[in-house]
Design a protein around this ligand. Sequence first.
Ligand code: PMV
Length: 346
Amino acid sequence: MNENTIHGGVKWQSPSNIAIVKYWGKRPGMTQIPQNSSVSFTLSKCCTETSIFYEESDRFGLHFRFDGKENPEFQTKIAEFLKRHIIAFPFLEEMDLHINSHNTFPHSSGIASSASSMSALVMCLLDIEREVKGGIELDRKRASNLARLASGSACRSVFPKMALWGATEAFDGSSDDFAVSLEDQIHPVFKTYHDSILIVSDAQKAVSSRAGHALMDGNPYAEVRYDQAKQHTATLLEVLKAGDLETFCRITEAEAMQLHALMMCSDPSFILMKPNTLRIINALHEFRQETDIPVCFTLDAGPNVHILYPDRDTELVERFIMDELERYCVDGKWIADRVGDGPHKC
Ligand code: PMV
């Protein structure tokens, strides 16, 4: 390498997020523009760590490794994203990138990693831009916008605690193009929330979220769903401010059930819940009724159950998980995650 060649290395860790109001359905013909607004908790344990070594070259080059091994599927996804949006990263046109990525959560835990991996990638690319061009402050709005182009829900991972993505009259400054932080808009109790992720199945997703979003186009309940999600967002924003945990539980569970109901009535239809998903939900409802603890569940596009509760109830809820729910998890596996501070440079 010539000593005048521009080169260097950057490394970022970025978390996954779990949606309370779900994004399910894109506007046709647009790049990841949601049909409705969504709200999520940013997590802290389920992260992707990405490092990029960059070096000036006569053309763009990409070498991707996941867990130290070549990974053609991810490599293609990243290459497609960069080629399509090279205009946002003109400095890459004459750059060779060596990307290494790994997840901090267990392999084959059935947890989708596109939000964490794509937000980590974007944070690294913006850091390279800063090093190459100099003097540019980290702009989270821009980072969120670029992460959205790579994978919709990734745009919410850029912010600490909670984020809102999608234009809604209920929140000034909200946008379909990027997420905004809700950190200063929520009652302190929500900053203490835990997300215990119960691994009901560690298999790869049966239906990709890309295919799932596309099936919303012909779904007979689509319009009703988008209206409901908009109402849920508006109510949830009030609830988050007020610290109303009972209504929080009601909206969170209604959203999880609707997401899966939509899958069951698309054509072709699909069921991602497993018998143990339902056993966990029933046991959780009984526990909530008996104890009055404001603990609730949500589901992603898969069978694993996310149990959400404030920090003050950790001891009782974790005991309940160990005594009553672990038996429904693959090899007793669950991840004790909680709300986190967003991406950071390593
Ligand atoms: O960002 P995508 O395309 O992987 O879609 C995410 C869809 C859900 O995880 C089911 C919901 C959400 O809002 O995160």
